[in-house]
Design a protein around this ligand. Structure first.
Ligand code: BES
Ligand code: MN
Ligand code: ZN
Length: 497
């Protein structure tokens, strides 16, 4: 898909479809007036009837512009004060849906009519590009159908704006929108793959491929490497499976100096979570192939950062394993010694994410990071608390948590903070070890965060629980969403300004 930005006045040759925004129900803007002339005044008649502006978000299609074969789509955005990025994102989604269903090949999107709405041109173009990308994504079928006909008709998008400064801003939005969209596609593809294909070794292979295509230095630690480092907590999980665990480390060096402190993303890469000996109920268990979506969003964010060429250093760390009930699997009551030296009493083998993350977090310290964010489909409890709209965020540094929340607002991949108060820590007390791996039914998402906090005391650290946001369950919509690629990428973009 080709994306260009041009000044309204110089864009002569019209595309197959033209989209304009109406921001008033009182007067037809100058742009719309131009089209009105071509339509011999029928647009103003429609406008006066109120049919174009009776609902914010109303999309009206005029099938042909006079004798030209150009479609016109009018979008009513309402008065400036009504607009928010969240509302605009919904609008962008319905525009993208319309473009897809009417199989349009090229489109001019004039941003002139919404210039007063208080949303930056960067944000406008970015959300449109991202919404179109979301519509284009097709769930990968295994094996891929031999003659998969491309349903993608849309080949080019041109944004039209008024000033050179707007051209610059809009181009930035196109660039980040495309990079985030590509990152989401990568994350969704990985998340949608079944557990028999997407194993820890497969993820390691994909990381190496990503390294080649996007200039990342990739190291993969084997089980014996991890054993030498004392990662017994992580290894105790993979003992229950025949697939060897991998610790994937991906370096992106975009900063002027190679030694500049990196930002670290740690993603849970559980390629299938059956629960282990504390086995999960069988209904819907297939969905636990998504338990590597934290890892997938680290892959996607690193790809996006590399495509944008951000001038920072970023390291992605992905501990990857399966969680299955083998004869050698963890048993409830087992005690393991983590890389940090702390001992863990495993009271529930299904709380495995924290067991692999804690060693990866300890490992991250060797890179002396500025900040560390871990991303994990960690608890079912976060779905109860926040549903599928917000990821849960917790951390030991309020500035970092605020930066993440802000990045979620900008990217519309939102997160909501849960309290990581000391009061919750005692739920993890164990009679037999330094810490238990579960904290009872109450506040399950927070006690999971508390568990991780025991391994990050000397880091500037935050944790994102994406169990509710990384996929849609059940039915026809079942599949990965690509979250948390946008929020992570935005967090990193914001570090460069
Ligand atoms: N991967 C799951 C979290 C999960 C559960 C995601 C349901 C999506 C839907 C995680 O490993 C897990 O099993 N967590 C347990 C923790 C409990 C045993 C303390 C959970 O949430 O039930
Ligand atoms: Mn589990
Ligand atoms: Zn899990």
């Amino acid at each position: 898909m080709k994306t260009t930005v041009s000044l309204l006045e110089v864009a002569l040759k019209p595309a197959a479809c033209h989209i304009i925004f109406l921001n008033s129900d009182k007067t037809l803007g100058s742009e719309a007036k131009g089209f009105d002339q071509k339509l011999n005044g029928s647009l103003s008649t429609l406008f006066k009837s109120g049919a174009l502006t009776n609902k914010i978000g109303r999309l009206t299609i005029i099938p042909a512009l006079g004798n030209q074969n150009t479609r016109l789509i009018l979008v009513y955005v309402g008065k400036s004060s009504n607009n928010s990025v969240a509302a605009f994102k919904k609008l962008a989604t319905s525009i993208a849906g319309k473009l897809k269903s009417s199989s349009i090949g090229s489109v001019d999107i004039s941003l002139v009519g919404i210039s007063a709405c208080g949303i930056s041109f960067e944000s406008l173009s970015r959300h449109i590009i991202e919404a179109i990308g979301d519509e284009r994504y097709r769930v990968a079928q295994q094996p891929a159908p031999a003659d998969a006909p491309s349903k993608q008709k849309l080949l080019s998008i041109r944004f039209l704006v008024n000033t050179k400064a707007q051209v610059k801003q809009t181009k930035l939005g196109c660039q980040s929108g495309q990079a985030i969209s590509n990152g989401k596609d990568l994350a969704r593809n990985l998340g949608d793959l079944p557990g028999n294909i997407c194993t820890p070794s497969y993820l390691a292979k994909q990381a190496r491929a990503l390294g080649r295509s996007h200039k990342l230095k990739v190291d993969v630690l084997s089980e014996s490497d991890m054993k030498k480092l004392g990662m017994n907590s992580l290894l105790s999980v993979s003992r229950g499976s025949r697939q060897p665990a991998k610790l994937i480390v991906m370096h992106y060096s975009g900063a002027k100096s190679k030694t500049e402190q990196p930002y670290i993303l740690v993603g849970k890469g559980l390629t299938f979570d059956a629960g282990g000996i504390s086995i999960k109920p069988s209904a819907g268990m297939d969905e636990m192939k998504y338990d590597m979506c934290g890892a997938a969003s680290v892959f996607g964010a690193l790809q996006a950062v590399s495509e944008m060429g951000l001038e920072i250093n970023v390291i992605g760390i992905v501990p990857s394993s399966e969680n299955l009930p083998d004869g050698d699997a963890n048993k409830p009551g087992d005690i393991v010694k983590s890389m940090s030296g702390q001992t863990i009493e495993i009271l529930n083998t299904d709380a495995e994410g924290r067991l692999i993350l804690c060693d990866a977090l300890t490992y991250s310290k060797r890179f002396k990071p500025k900040t560390v964010i871990d991303i994990a489909t960690l608890t079912g409890a976060v779905i109860v608390a926040l549903g599928s709209h917000a990821s849960g965020v917790m951390g030991n540094d309020q500035d970092l948590v605020n930066d993440i929340i802000n990045a979620g607002e900008t990217s519309q991949d939102r997160a909501w903070q849960l309290p990581l108060w000391d009061d919750y820590q005692k739920q993890l007390d164990s009679n037999f070890a330094d810490i238990a791996n579960i904290g009872g039914r109450a506040a399950g998402t927070i006690t999971a965060g508390c568990f991780l906090s025991r391994f990050t005391e000397d880091l500037t650290w935050a944790h994102l629980d994406i169990a509710g946001t990384a996929w849609r369950s059940g039915g026809k919509q079942k599949g990965a969403t690509g979250r948390a690629v946008p929020i992570l990428t935005q967090y990193l973009i914001d570090r460069t300004n």
